[in-house]
Design a binder for this molecule. Structure first.
Ligand SMILES: N[C@@H](CCC(=O)N[C@@H](CS)C(=O)NCC(=O)O)C(=O)O
Length: 250
């Protein structure tokens, strides 16, 4: 199907000669311009269809992980806001109904850490996922740690704070979550003591992952961070990539 048919508009002459009339050059421009515009439109529609889509709540933190990485790597993406509770249209894309969710054409996936690894592999190689074994090991460990051993424990506390846990308390699971969070905070502080970043001087996926956990801790749970961690968070969040991504989420 030709571009013209696809867009459902009248066929255009191959060049402007047939429309070249009494107005001379002006008519020629009119005949040529619509074709150029159609081509531009077609290109931008195709680009949009091919563009990565990241579904998340407005001001959601975890979807920013993938967006931040896209900004770092120069990968185009689109933020698609999801309301809570999720509507049938979103559930037809992601039946689990959680966010974030990433769509790359016919490929779809949840889990913010997996999304980062996908983007790094699909559009890489990138220095944000180092190849040297020692750095790779640390980057992978802390990329997964940032969610599995850190942010995931905050869910219980978020439920206690906002979800109306029975009696206003999360009982033993709240105690476990608070203990685990303290251990995670200590672990990050120990690594950052040799910093300035998780992998020394190299900004990696691990920083995006851990910084997001710190951001949830400070933002959603209103918890003050130790000075070292707050300074670290300020440094990584001052990157243009983060600023650009977070603007789209607000
Ligand atoms: N491990 C998941 C956690 C996802 C998650 O906790 N999503 C929350 C919002 S940040 C959510 O969808 N909550 C609504 C629900 O569970 O229905 C990830 O990293 O993507």
């Amino acid at each position: 199907m030709s571009t013209t048919q696809h867009l459902g508009s009248r066929p255009l002459p191959e060049d402007g000669a047939s429309n070249f009339g009494a107005n001379g050059q002006r008519d020629r421009q009119f005949a040529i311009a619509p074709r150029a515009i159609e081509q531009m439109l077609d290109t931008s529609i195709n680009q949009r269809l091919k563009m990565l889509k990241i579904f998340d709540f407005t001001r959601g933190a975890r979807g920013l992980r993938a967006a931040w990485l896209c900004e770092e790597m120069g990968v185009e993406y689109e933020f698609t806001p999801v309301t809570f509770p999720p509507q049938p249209e979103y559930l037809s894309i992601n039946p689990m109904g959680r966010v974030p969710y990433l769509q790359d054409g016919s490929v779809g996936m949840g889990e913010s850490i997996a999304m980062m690894l996908y983007v790094a592999e699909r559009f890489g190689p990138t220095t944000l996922l180092p190849r040297e074994p020692a750095l790779l090991a640390r980057a992978l460990e802390f990329t997964i740690f940032g969610e599995a051993s850190f942010a995931a424990h905050m869910d219980v506390l978020l439920a206690v704070n906002f979800g109306g846990a029975p009696g206003g308390s999360g009982g033993w699971s709240e105690t476990v979550a608070r203990n685990q969070l303290q251990r995670s905070i200590k672990h990050v502080a120990t690594v950052l003591a040799d910093g300035p970043l998780i992998c020394g001087d190299r900004f990696t996926l691990a920083d995006i992952s851990v910084a997001t956990a710190l951001y949830i801790l400070r933002g959603a749970l209103d918890q003050d961070l130790p000075h070292l961690l707050q300074t670290y968070l300020d440094i990584v969040q001052s990157r243009t990539s983060y600023i650009n991504a977070s603007r789209r989420w607000s």
